[in-house]
Design a protein around this ligand. Structure first.
Ligand code: XBP
Ligand code: MG
Length: 254
């Protein structure tokens, strides 16, 4: 019996990586006088590392150690990431939040139909404020449980954040569906026992989603039908609660 929907944030609720997080990282580098620019292609590769602090550490350690400033790297990473996080909030508050197709529609219907909502994200909790604001004045209250960033020790693809959220929901994985955009996220949700629907992004469309229940380009809107890319044979134009309830009765592809 489908009782809850668990959403990833970046790439799933909103398309925030290329023009949001990436731009914020670059503005933080510039603000700190560092000669570093993460272009779209490089950032797409760096997204293999989840977590902004972990991504920065990976960059300075394994990608461009020649650009690593002198001194305590862990302290530099914490400082840079805090600066980036402030810039990111300002950026989304001024540029707007690119909610993905069908997100607002599905969240509203799920609430009307009594499904619990939750968030399971690697991003820093402070980065959720613009998302709540974009969804509506009381949107944070729509979500029964929010798991974000450092509330767990191991980030995606580890299952920790999804296990944290399932515990918060007080539901078994079998009563829930997860929504993700990336292979790291799919691996995390699958490892927590969750059947997962993937809505791909430009950065993730070529990743391995063979463990997903269903892979689509987006959730669909009236007049803007989704395209099924792989997974179970779904023929609808959009994913609504009735469609998800039917999908929730299917076993994931493993
Ligand atoms: C995506 C991530 C995050 C963001 C950057 O999170 O991996 O690290 O790229 O945010 P998800 P931070 O897809 O799980 O929502 O810099 O705050 O980590
Ligand atoms: Mg994501």
């Amino acid at each position: 019996m489908l009782k809850a929907l668990i959403f990833d944030v970046d790439g799933t609720l909103a398309d925030t990586e290329r023009d949001g997080h990436r731009v914020a990282f670059n503005r933080a580098f510039a603000a700190e006088g560092l000669p570093i620019v993460w272009d779209e292609a490089l950032y797409g590769r760096l997204l293999a590392i989840t977590g902004g602090k972990e991504r920065l550490l990976h960059f300075f350690t394994h990608v461009r150690p020649d650009l690593r400033p002198p001194g305590d790297l862990a302290a530099l990473v914490r400082h840079l990431h805090a600066r980036k996080t402030d810039i990111y909030s300002d950026l989304l508050n001024t540029e707007g939040v690119p909610l993905r197709p069908g997100v607002r529609r599905l969240l509203a219907e799920a609430r009307d139909r009594g499904l619990r909502l939750a968030v399971a994200t690697t991003t820093t909790e402070k980065n959720l404020a613009p998302i709540w604001a974009a969804l509506g004045p009381a949107a944070r209250g729509w979500f029964h449980t929010v798991g974000a960033g450092d509330c767990v020790a191991a980030k995606k693809p580890a299952p920790d954040i999804y296990e944290y959220v399932l515990a918060g929901l007080g539901l078994p994985a079998s009563d829930c569906l997860a929504f993700e955009d990336s292979e790291n996220g799919l691996r995390a949700a699958s490892a927590a026992g969750l059947r997962t629907i993937v809505t791909v992004t430009d950065y993730t469309r070529d990743q391995d989603f063979s463990a997903a229940l269903l892979v689509v380009d987006h959730l669909g809107e009236p007049g803007r039908p989704l395209t099924r890319l792989s997974g179970v044979a779904f023929t609808g134009d959009l994913l609504d609660v009735d469609a998800l309830t039917a999908l929730g009765r299917l076993r994931a592809l493993h």
